[in-house]
Design a protein around this ligand. Structure first.
Ligand code: AMP
Length: 496
């Protein structure tokens, strides 16, 4: 049983919550020892819940505070939303007075991908590529770009050419979501930060003159194609719907990788090229990273990072999976929602979100796999090879009946995935045919609450299965709620 030491972080958190239940305890220091949730096996370590930088919101309309609790905002004000409170959000201004208070939720909107329109924004390129681009002939001293940080996808790096060298400045995020290079001055958005350092370059020590001149299209054309001989196949990991998956070594990179083999006759060449171009630009710690391709010759190799524990479906059913406790399960679901929120921001639809398409690594790290793959494969192959695998059970009625796939149909599938997680791999609608499932769903039936599943988790599933797709929650919302549940479970179950 738990023992209170009165000084460690979890005990302080509990003590705080007893005294100030309305206030959120926010530990500042890291625990000295890596905290651990024990199972009977006693060997599963999960990280301390991460306090994600808040999302950036903007006020849609002017709002005049009517009481001290409320916050006056002007249309366009940049805000950080601290929490939702019924029809209101507790928001903090990111510029000027930095006050906080309640604003009607319908008066604010989440800003998405707002940097894509800037010429200096290069998104997902690594340090090496940034240097190559900036040092190219067409750029001069003072050329600069902003890219997503390689180590933390919530943060960015400003790369600036200074004569024949490139300097890199880390752009960090504060806990309220503002951006800063030096903690002395922070900004609501990246473009405000860039604008400031263009005018005040002395504080950076190097001028920002012009955005890097390289065309992004040229960067995108860079070869991902790798010689087949650079990969040595080791062992077969599984037989997927579209071909075999192998563990291999990428000899030139000295890296263990996974290779998905597709038969050329099964792939739609036009879609393949389009989708693979899109996949290359996706980069998130909760998405399986595409590493290389061998698309000339047979079979096509799709090379991705290797996940040690295989698919979530198999993992949940394994002896180790059967030992997982609620905190582990919620931690995994929250990671899937995080990866899907990244796709949601880019309006990318997965179309086949299910536990079989989530991969598990060490320390219960979960990543979404096979996004975009559904469109590469010829429809006839896709449906034919899967008719026995019943994807209908994961598919929203509007998508199954009328092919209306959307981010919201992915949210439906997430609800079913959550059911799979909470039942540790049970087949949804077990014993029913696809036809019966569709009939049941259209008549309003929904999967029942799994045994030992808390009511607030089942409530999330039901929201995902709202027959009106627009009323289903967003993946950002799902991630934030699951993350919050994980935080409270973690601090209550950790052994000290
Ligand atoms: P799929 O074609 O995605 O259904 O994959 C078939 C099986 O191969 C999965 O169930 C996993 O066990 C395994 N697998 C696929 N991709 C990977 C990967 N990146 N790392 C490890 N195992 C994988």
């Amino acid at each position: 049983m738990e023992r209170c030491c009165r000084t460690c972080m979890p005990c302080l958190a509990r003590l705080w919550n007893c005294i100030w239940p309305e206030q959120h305890y926010s530990p500042r220091a890291e625990p000295e020892e890596p905290a651990e949730i024990r199972t009977v096996a006693g060997d599963l370590r999960v990280p301390e819940p991460k306090r994600r930088p808040a999302q950036l919101y903007a006020a849609l309309f002017d709002f005049e505070a009517r009481s001290e609790e409320e916050l006056t905002v002007k249309e366009g004000d940049k805000l950080s939303v601290i929490e939702k409170r019924g029809d209101y959000v507790l928001a903090k201004k990111l510029t000027g007075s930095l006050e906080s208070g309640l604003v009607p939720a319908s008066y604010v909107t989440l800003l998405k991908d707002e940097f894509a329109k800037y010429k200096w924004y290069y998104g997902n390129i690594n340090r090496q590529k940034a240097e190559k681009l900036l040092l190219a002939q067409q750029n001069k001293s003072g050329s600069f770009l902003v890219r997503i940080s390689e180590s933390n996808s919530d943060e960015y790096t400003l790369s600036v050419r200074n004569e024949s060298k490139v300097l890199h400045f880390r752009i960090q995020r504060s806990s309220i979501g503002s951006y800063y290079v030096s903690y002395k001055i922070s900004f609501a958005t990246l473009d405000e930060l860039v604008g400031y350092y263009q005018k005040n370059y002395k504080s950076l020590g190097v001028p920002l003159v012009l955005p890097c001149a390289q065309q992004r299209e040229l960067y995108d054309m860079e070869p991902w194609e790798q010689p087949r001989e650079d990969f040595t196949l080791h062992k077969k990991l599984g037989q997927g719907h579209f071909g075999e998956v192998w563990e291999a070594v990428w000899t030139t990179e000295k890296k263990r990788v996974a290779i998905k083999m597709l038969k050329q006759e099964d792939t739609r060449q036009d879609e393949f090229v389009k989708e693979v171009q899109a996949l290359k630009s996706l980069h998130h710690p909760k998405l399986i990273q595409l590493l290389a391709l061998c698309s000339r010759g047979e079979p096509v190799y799709i090379v991705t990072e290797l996940m040690t524990k295989g698919s979530l479906k198999n993992y949940l059913e394994s002896p180790e999976g059967q030992l997982l406790i609620l905190a582990h399960l919620i931690y995994m679901a929250s990671q899937v929602a995080e990866g899907m929120a990244y796709l949601e921001d880019r309006s990318i639809v997965h179309r086949d979100l299910a536990a079989r398409n989530i991969l598990v690594g060490d320390n219960l790290v979960c990543k979404v796999a096979d996004f975009g793959l559904a469109r590469i494969i010829k429809d006839s192959v896709y449906t034919a090879s899967r008719s026995t695998k019943i994807p209908v059970r994961w598919t929203a009625p509007e998508a199954a009946l009328h092919q209306r796939f959307s981010v919201k149909s992915d949210v439906w599938s997430f609800g079913v995935l959550l059911y799979e997680i909470m039942t540790k791999g049970k087949m949804p609608y077990d014993g029913k045919t696809n036809k019966e499932v569709l009939e049941l769903l259209t008549s309003g039936y929904r999967l029942p609450c799994p045994g030992r599943c808390p009511s607030d988790v089942y409530r999330i599933m039901k929201e995902c299965w709202n027959s009106e797709s627009a009323k289903r929650p967003s993946f950002h919302d799902l991630h934030s709620r699951l993350n919050q549940m994980y935080s409270s479970l973690y601090y209550n179950t950790v052994q000290v």
